[in-house]
Design a protein around this ligand. Structure first.
Ligand code: APR
Ligand code: ZN
Length: 238
């Protein structure tokens, strides 16, 4: 398991022009999360749910990784075994910044993928930036069942959390970047690590920053060099 765990949220992609969820003007201001991101969204609101993810997927095409993605990708590529990169984000900006798919864990799914709704099949297809209906009419290539966005909705199983819980047990340096902590209890996680860094644009009511060794309330692109320096020193003690 890695010595350093970097856990990110929507805030790390904010400077790339991707809306966060709970900041003012964020996605959940614009859309009703219970309509487009709930366990029963595909049953009760199929069209508006598909439209919501089609729109976010097509917007992703023009989005570029920012300096924070690039610096973390550099670190991970240099210290493959020592650093784990886990994100709540469904965008592909770490991959666009040079991380291999196997080197970044997406806890809440991945926007360019569709998944077969038949639970026995469950096949996943990467459709790039296309709309769902442009891909085989929104039907599974294997069993012809309907497809759905490969996103973890509220109230659904999130299988990758198992990996997060494993990584947190062993990590010695825990780094949190750009998450309000409303979904993942980063306070508790910070207590497992020898040292922990919190970087957010501003304090969050869901995070008690007293649990963190270092707190940086600034943009991720402005904090990432200081974070990277601390990670490198941690991994190369003099
Ligand atoms: N640099 C660093 N942090 C930033 C920046 C920035 N440029 N801009 C915003 N932030 C911080 C905000 O201060 C806030 O704490 O990013 C955080 C964004 O919080 P949320 O919008 O709640 O996003 P996130 O924490 O990722 O949400 C978690 O909730 O809705 C679900 O599945 C969705 O993965 C998402 C999960
Ligand atoms: Zn199928």
């Amino acid at each position: 398991m890695a010595k350093v765990l970097i856990l990110s949220g929507a805030g790390i992609s904010a400077e790339s022009g991707i809306s966060t969820f709970r900041d003012s003007g964020g996605l959940w201001d614009e859309y009703d999360v219970s309509v487009v991101c709930n366990y029963d969204s595909m049953q009760k609101h199929e069209d508006v749910t598909i439209e919501f993810y089609d729109k976010r997927r097509s917007e992703l095409k023009s989005k570029e990784p920012n300096y924070a993605h690039k610096r973390i990708a550099e670190l991970k590529n240099m210290y493959k075994k020592e650093i784990a990169v886990i994100t709540q984000n469904v965008d592909n900006l770490f991959e666009k910044a040079g991380l291999k798919p196997e080197d970044v864990i997406h806890l809440h799914g991945f926007l360019t993928q569709l998944r077969c709704q038949d639970s026995y099949c469950g096949k996943v297809f990467d459709i790039g930036y296309k709309s769902q209906k442009e891909f085989n009419g929104g039907r599974c290539l294997t069993c012809n069942s309907k497809l759905r966005p490969n996103i973890v909705f509220f109230g659904e199983q999130a299988p990758m959390y198992e990996e997060l819980n494993k990584q947190i047990q062993d990590c010695e340096l825990f780094v949190v970047i750009g998450t309000s902590g409303n979904v993942i209890g980063v306070n508790t996680m910070a207590q497992f690590a020898t040292r922990s860094i919190l970087n957010n644009y501003e304090p969050s009511s869901a995070i008690n920053d007293a649990y963190f060794s270092k707190v940086l309330y600034k943009k991720a692109t402005e904090a990432v060099d200081e974070i990277a320096e601390e990670i490198e020193t941690f991994l190369n003690p003099r």
